[in-house]
Design a protein around this ligand. Structure first.
Ligand code: GDP
Ligand code: MG
Length: 166
């Protein structure tokens, strides 16, 4: 099995921490231009039965300037081409405007989306359910997966769920 997975989410939610944990090989950067329109392969996870290619889709965030509109279109097209989107949020911070903006964009793509709630090591389990409740009515997420990218909790399980979708 093999497929492409995009990881999106506000800065600091833990995207790089997650990638560093799961990705064995760092793939050479396709272009060193910042905000390139080309999707950047961030790394590949491989095991006996699967290859997951993680790609970066710049521009899904709230645009700060005019060029942002173009980047947004590019980003949306990228999201349409992947097999799965991981939308990562921070369990500590809950749902904010940055998340609302991304969720609006997700309405425009048919690609399945996993809501990945990261940093669960920082919250009490009781705080997780209200957060899940808040999100689950906003988008038909294919899965909702709480993890700690830093400590590794549930990361293996998330990889299994990703593989089932490829
Ligand atoms: P990115 O901007 O989405 O790529 O976020 P980073 O991976 O750079 O992480 C931002 C900060 O959050 C760093 O200080 C990480 O160590 C921290 N972080 C990431 N994942 C976790 C987690 O699961 N638990 C905790 N406590 N901190 C985390
Ligand atoms: Mg990062």
């Amino acid at each position: 099995k093999s497929g492409f997975v995009a990881i999106i989410g506000r800065p600091n939610v833990g995207k790089s921490t997650f990638l560093n944990r799961v990705v064995g090989q760092k793939i050479a950067i396709m272009s060193d231009k910042p905000q390139t329109t080309r999707n950047k392969i961030q790394g590949v996870y491989t095991d006996e039965d699967a290859q997951i290619i993680f790609i970066d889709t710049p521009g899904v965030h709230k645009p700060k300037h005019k060029l942002g509109d173009f980047m947004m279109k590019v980003a949306l097209n990228a999201l349409r081409e992947v097999d799965l989107i991981l939308f990562m949020v921070n369990a500590e911070e809950g749902f904010g405007r940055g998340e609302a903006f991304i969720m609006e964009r997700l309405k425009e793509v048919d690609t399945p989306v996993f809501l990945v709630i990261n940093k669960i090591d920082r919250v009490h389990p009781d705080e997780l359910l209200p957060l899940i409740d808040q999100y689950k009515d906003l988008h038909p997420f294919a899965e909702i997966v709480p993890i700690s990218a830093l400590e590794g909790n549930n990361v293996e399980r998330l990889l299994e769920q990703i593989k089932e979708r490829l």
